[in-house]
Design a protein around this ligand. Structure first.
Ligand SMILES: [Zn+2]
Length: 500
């Protein structure tokens, strides 16, 4: 079987003014995608492994991925799609294409265009109108009617934080293989639930997600069901399609299978809606000022160390700018208390290319005047002036080749990145010679703590800070989402088809 594989994957935060461009993406072209060991743990890995194991001939198109950020540049998207399409046309000229398996996010937005996935699938359909297309999606995917019509079968992640991406990729690949081997068509049942959920209220190990995802796995035990997915949408992308989706993809489009799929999807949607008020933050959380006061008090009273504070409103891994300063301003407003802490307060960190460049130019040990913050997020960030002492520098770090700087101001130690790479990477601080556990207060621009931090945090506080990943969705000035929408319209009613 000749199968086309590829994907352009990004989670685009429409509140963040940064345009995610070519320099932000890591791109693998054609055969480069098939080098062994690439993308460990990603859906593309699962797709490639499953199809190769089945002895398929793979036609690799292009795989592009970037850290979540603002919407994607139209030029980059157009060029990537062009390459995608050209490679499909070449492959089709050389012989029949049996199927397409895509590694997508589902909430990628392109400047001036909107939903990238539906545009990409539409373009593929123009060339391969009858081909079977399956897709692996992120749990934060947004389903649009056209995407639903263009793709035959979907599989979404069932974990948040996402640790089952490769598994989901192989599920999408197996679905494709099954339909091609049996000649049975795929059918996907769909239910939209008019609801938005903050990422930090929907970890898969916490209720109610744990039970709801267990229901997905139960549905998948029915004969013929290839995947049952709960896709939560992406709350920081203001668009008319935002909401929660239930998708149940089944093998066979006879009336019985269709009925099974529709009924399962409707029942799962009803169960989800019934538990809408149970979604809650799992960690203790406060506004920025209270968060820092609480952490300082705990440290100075000799209680828990280290205390972690998530700057959750400006979480670059949720597509925020990474340079909002509301929490930093709260810290600076009590600098006298910060000075009394037994170790510096570690703040990881800020995406600030000019500050990183100034520190690198000055060199390790030098003192430099620079501003931190407010380059991009002008709503929630200010350019705050500091006299920084440069403590360490690492250049061209990681796959995105970001420069890293460690710099001190009074009793605060900052990490600064030259690229928008986020701060959840367990290797980032060690590469700068920093052990987070040595600091009494560690502030991270993250939402829920990554396992590397959770394992050492004596206490974890989430600051519901202001920024492009503001967790308090009720306070976001949405313009485009379809109303009514829970929890913006707290008392709205909605009845799933299962109960109608
Ligand atoms: Zn996600």
């Amino acid at each position: 079987m000749r199968i086309v594989i590829g994907g352009i994957s990004h989670e685009s935060n429409t509140l963040n003014p940064i345009i995610t461009g070519q320099e932000d993406f890591v791109v693998f072209h054609g055969e480069d995608m098939l080098k062994p060991g690439l993308f460990p743990g990603a859906s593309a890995r699962g797709i490639i492994d499953a199809l190769q194991e089945a002895g398929c001939e793979l036609i690799p198109l292009l795989l592009a991925r970037a850290v979540p950020n603002g919407v994607v540049s139209a030029d980059f998207y157009r060029a990537s799609k062009h390459e995608f399409i050209c490679r499909i046309q070449e492959a089709r000229a050389a012989g029949t294409i049996d199927g397409v398996c895509l590694a997508l996010h589902g909430s990628m937005k392109v400047e001036g265009l909107g939903c990238a996935e539906e545009d990409l699938v539409r373009s593929i359909r123009e060339i391969l109108p009858a081909a079977v297309i399956t897709a692996a999606l992120d749990m934060h995917a947004t389903i649009t009617p056209e995407l639903l019509a263009g793709v035959n079968g979907f599989a979404g992640y069932k974990t948040a934080p996402h640790v089952d991406c490769a598994e989901t990729g192989s599920q999408a690949a197996r679905m494709l293989l099954q339909t091609l081997r049996t000649g049975k068509r795929l059918y996907t049942a769909y239910q939209r639930i008019p609801m938005l959920i903050a990422g930090e209220k929907s970890e898969s190990e916490a209720e109610p997600m744990r039970t709801l995802l267990e229901s997905c796995r139960e549905i998948e035990k029915h004969p013929g069901v290839m995947a049952a997915s709960l896709l939560l949408g992406f709350p920081w992308a203001d668009n008319e399609h935002n909401g929660v989706s239930v998708l149940v993809s089944v093998l066979g489009d006879d009336p019985d299978m269709i009925k099974t799929a529709d009924k399962s999807a409707a029942e799962l949607a009803a169960a989800f809606w019934d538990r809408r008020r149970d979604f809650a933050f799992r960690t203790e959380y406060y506004d920025s000022v209270t968060s820092i006061k609480t952490a300082c008090r705990a440290v100075l009273e000799g209680k828990e160390v280290p205390v972690f504070i998530s700057d959750s409103g400006d979480n670059p891994t949720a597509g925020a700018a990474g340079d909002a300063t509301e929490l930093l301003e709260a810290i600076l407003s009590m600098i006298d208390t910060i000075e009394k802490l037994p170790t510096p307060l570690l703040y990881s960190g800020f995406y600030d290319a000019p500050a990183a460049a100034a520190c690198i130019k000055a060199g390790i040990g030098a003192t430099v005047d620079a501003t931190l913050g407010g380059n991009w997020d002008a709503v929630n960030g200010k350019k705050i002036p500091f006299r920084l002492t440069v403590k360490n520098i690492v250049q061209k770090y990681g796959p995105y080749q970001s420069d890293l700087v460690l710099a001190a101001y009074r009793n605060i130690l900052f990490t600064i990145t030259s690229k928008h790479i986020g701060f959840g990477d367990p290797e980032l601080l060690p590469s700068l010679g920093v052990k987070a556990e040595d600091y009494c207060i560690v502030t991270v621009k993250l939402g829920y703590l990554e396992p590397c931090f959770r394992s050492i945090a004596a206490r974890a506080i989430m600051a519901t800070s202001k920024g492009c990943s503001n967790e308090v969705l009720e306070t976001i000035p949405y313009q485009k989402v379809r109303r009514p929408l829970f929890p913006l319209d707290m008392d709205m009613e909605w009845i799933s088809e299962a109960k109608r």
